[in-house]
Design a protein around this ligand. Structure first.
Ligand code: FES
Length: 122
C-alpha cells in the first residue's frame, strides 16, 4: 500500500536546489526545478554516495563522490541508458512537500556498472 509522507517544508528547498532526506526506510534526493518537484532514490547506484547532497545544475544532479549524473525528471543516468534511479511521485500541500512511497517496501539498490560504457570508472 502506498502512502504520502512529508519530506521537507517547501521553503527548505528553493528553486534550483536539492536536498537529502530519509523518508520511511528510503534515502531520497529531492530537487526543486523552477517550482516543479522531483524525487529519486538518494542512494547512488555506483557506490552508495549521497545523491541528495550533490550539485544540481539544471535538471542534472551530480553525485558528490565520483560524479555520476542523473536527470531528476526521469531518474536516468546521463550517459548510461541502463542505469535509472527509482522515482517518487511528489506533491506540495500547505507548504509541505510529500512523496508517495510504498509502505514496508524493501530498499532496492540497483547493481553498479563500474567500468562499463557510459559510466565513470572511479
Ligand atoms: S558513489 Fe555516486 S558516483 Fe560513485
Amino acid at each position: 500500500m502506498a502512502e504520502w509522507l512529508p519530506i521537507a517544508a517547501a521553503s527548505e528547498c528553493p528553486p534550483g536546489t536539492s536536498l537529502e532526506r530519509v523518508v520511511g526506510n528510503r534515502i531520497v534526493a529531492l530537487a526543486n526545478l523552477d517550482g516543479v518537484w522531483h524525487a529519486i532514490d538518494g542512494l547512488c547506484p555506483h557506490q552508495g554516495g549521497p545523491l541528495g547532497t550533490g550539485k544540481l545544475c539544471g535538471a542534472l544532479l551530480t553525485c558528490p563522490w565520483h560524479g555520476w549524473q542523473f536527470d531528476m525528471p526521469t531518474g536516468r543516468h546521463r550517459l548510461s541508458a541502463t542505469v535509472t534511479q527509482p522515482r517518487f511521485d511528489v506533491r506540495e500541500a500547505e507548504g509541505q512537500v510529500l512523496i508517495r512511497v510504498e509502505s514496508g517496501a524493501p530498499v532496492e539498490v540497483p547493481p553498479a556498472e563500474v567500468g562499463t560504457a557510459g559510466g565513470p570508472t572511479a
